[in-house]
Design a binder for this molecule. Structure first.
Ligand code: AMZ
Length: 242
């Protein structure tokens, strides 16, 4: 028997509110909570031991939500991981100083991969996560998206994972951009493909819809998933039933 996957509730923050986007499109948002702190507290009350926060405005270059993220990190009482717009060592270290348990690096892991090794060397692998968010190209290649998913990089996930492992990275997040926020369910072939590329802890996102997806994660020995819309809409009960 493999371990039960860890389901990590996600609070995506845009213009100061807790939202979900459809396929990452900032203009297709659903607002779930006016206050991101209330959203995070809601999941903690239901048993979350870790909450995933995304500063969408920082990821897309439209602004930032640092103050509310700092507030959540200080008030929540459980660890948070934060992604979105962390593109420099200074930005990462400011969040770590504010009490964020781990920083999630996306664009910078593609554009300045040496940053990942530097942060791991300075703060340890438990405080640094990389998120590779990708779309399948027509050739079936996983093209990593950057800058709030507005841009493709032309780089395949498989071209980045060996150097990330060499840099000492333990936890990789992989997001299927084409399913994120859609409730379409996980793509099993894609999950298998990514599992083969990463032997350490793998957390996936994008498309988790219901309990069947949790079973899929278990079957494919994927350690966890970041879940948004499914738990906000209730298509996946949270906490996930045994
Ligand atoms: O939904 C989006 N458009 C989006 C999103 N959720 N764009 C980026 N992100 C998240 C990534 C990762 O956690 O999943 O932001 C983080 C990466 O940000 P950056 O600025 O490092 O690329």
């Amino acid at each position: 028997m493999s371990a039960r996957p860890l389901i990590i509730p996600c609070v995506d923050i845009q213009s100061g509110r807790a939202v979900r986007l459809y396929e990452g499109d900032p203009d297709r948002e659903t607002v779930y909570f006016e206050s991101p702190l209330d959203a995070a507290r809601h999941w903690v009350r239901l048993g979350a031991g870790l909450v995933h926060l995304v500063d969408l405005d920082a990821a897309t270059g439209r602004g930032e939500n640092r103050a509310v993220i700092a507030l959540i990190a200080q008030e929540l009482g459980v660890p948070v991981e934060v992604g979105g717009g962390i593109r420099s060592r200074e930005a990462a270290e400011e969040l770590l100083r504010l009490g964020v348990q781990r920083v999630v690096i996306g664009t910078a892991a593609v554009k300045h991969p040496e940053l990942v090794g530097e942060l791991i060397a300075a703060h340890g692998p438990e405080r640094v996560v990389v998120s590779l968010d990708a779309r399948r190209s027509e050739q079936g290649v996983l093209d990593v998206a950057t800058h709030g998913w507005a841009q493709g990089s032309g780089i395949h996930v498989a071209d980045l994972t060996p150097a990330l492992a060499d840099a000492g990275l333990e936890t990789l997040i992989f997001t299927d951009v084409s399913r994120d926020g859609t409730l379409k369910g996980l793509d099993r072939d894609l999950m298998r493909q990514v599992r083969q590329l990463w032997v350490n802890t793998l957390i996936v996102g994008g498309g988790v819809a219901d309990v069947q997806d949790v079973h899929l994660l278990e079957d494919e020995r994927i350690e966890g998933a970041i879940v948004g819309r499914a738990i906000y809409e209730g298509t996946l009960p949270y906490p996930v039933p045994q």
